[in-house]
Design a protein around this ligand. Structure first.
Ligand SMILES: NC(=O)c1ccc[n+]([C@@H]2O[C@H](COP(=O)([O-])OP(=O)(O)OC[C@H]3O[C@@H](n4cnc5c(N)ncnc54)[C@H](OP(=O)(O)O)[C@@H]3O)[C@@H](O)[C@H]2O)c1
Length: 335
């Protein structure tokens, strides 16, 4: 079976093709999936370059989608031929969060989807959204579900709410599409005017270049008439949080999701307190939330923005493209 394998030392030059034994036939409760698509996340880049810790020899990529080739005994949810998509936390099925690390996340603590086929418990997958190809379906595992949980599950987003999104990467563009699907009003920032024009074409209501407007928090609050936004999907971390607090309304919600500017830093706690804002850390979501997200996508018909697709063998090239920051939305991998 073809795979890609994280090298030693862990860097993109050492990320190489390899062979592993075929996973064989599914046992009770398992399914065999022909992997056909994946997509890249900032997290995956961290795994293959060693930022997430020791991963030499690991098969990378958290996102995986493809066709069910065989089902084991006691599997009734899926049939041969179904298109399925993987879960970021295969053991977190439902309810409040049960995991706080990546030890059981495919492509990090356990082998991921940069390979031809997997045999896993059926509960590690959900049905894919109707009409999606495998690459499109794979984008919901990490980026899509994170955006859905931040805005809809935990944010309780409703029509007319205002939303602030930072940058135009995978999570933020999924969040833009979800927010517009739900009838929200959206502001988005980017370092590129060209990308902002693309965001506008997708429905963004207010676009702002964070490179040329360093005090963008106040600019966003001004855009709301001084009230502040209801929701922020905070993918930046310590370098952007102060501005996000400036932008949020009294009683608003900030989903702390990303580490694009680092993993630790100062928080203006008095400003946060005076906003009476809810600052919530979150990591992706449960299988139940993914099933609900898929239902919403079936009903809405929206499709993810896949900027470029690379064949599995060019995985290192795909990560170099992500590192360049040239992408808008998701980068797809065809397996
Ligand atoms: N907690 C979770 O569950 C979860 C899930 C998924 C991702 N994440 C995290 O969320 C972050 C985004 O992930 P991703 O996969 O969407 O990454 P990505 O697709 O690689 O997005 C990168 C984009 O972020 C924007 N960006 C970079 N620095 C920025 C800054 N200082 N201010 C505003 N925007 C900035 C840039 O947009 P422009 O080019 O438009 O400037 C860049 O293209 C990462 O830190 C990732 O680890 C967390």
């Amino acid at each position: 079976m073809r795979t890609m394998i994280v090298g030693n030392p862990m860097n993109l030059d050492q990320l190489a093709a390899g062979e592993r034994e075929d996973p064989g036939q599914p046992g009770p409760g398992e399914i065999r999936v022909k992997v056909q698509g994946s997509s890249l996340n900032f997290h995956d880049l961290g795994v293959v370059t060693g930022r997430m810790g020791e991963a030499s020899g690991r098969i990378p990529l958290a996102d995986g989608a493809g066709t069910v080739e065989a089902i084991g005994a006691d599997v009734s949810e899926f049939a041969v031929g179904d298109m399925v998509v993987s879960c970021f936390f295969p053991d977190w099925q439902d309810g409040t969060p049960t995991v706080g690390d990546f030890s059981r996340t495919p492509g990090d603590g356990i082998d991921g989807f940069a390979r031809d086929a997997v045999v896993l418990p059926a509960t590690a997958f959900t049905r894919a959204p109707k009409g999606y190809d495998a690459v499109e379906a794979a984008t919901i595992t990490t980026a899509g579900l994170t955006a859905w949980r931040a805005l809809v599950v935990d944010g309780k987003l409703k029509a007319g709410d205002t939303v602030l999104l930072l940058g135009t990467g995978g999570v933020s563009i999924w969040a833009l599409q979800i927010a517009k699907m739900m009838g929200a009003v959206v502001a988005i920032t980017s370092s590129s005017d060209e990308k902002l024009a693309r965001a506008k074409a997708l429905g963004a209501d207010f676009c702002l270049n964070y490179g040329t407007t360093p005090g963008w928090g106040k600019a966003i609050a001004d855009w709301t008439g001084g009230r502040g936004v209801d929701h922020v999907v905070e993918v930046g971390g310590p370098g952007t949080l102060a501005q996000s607090i400036e932008a949020v309304r009294v009683g608003g919600h900030i989903s702390l999701i990303g580490v694009l500017t680092g993993g630790a830093g100062e928080v203006p706690t008095a400003a946060l307190m005076s906003r009476q804002a809810r600052l919530q850390g979150l990591i992706v979501g449960s299988r139940r939330e993914q099933q609900e997200f898929v239902r919403a996508l079936d009903a809405s018909g929206i499709r993810p923005v896949v900027d470029r697709r690379f064949p599995l063998e060019q995985l290192a090239e795909a990560f170099r493209y992500e590192t360049s920051g040239g992408h808008f939305g998701k980068i797809g991998i065809e397996v």
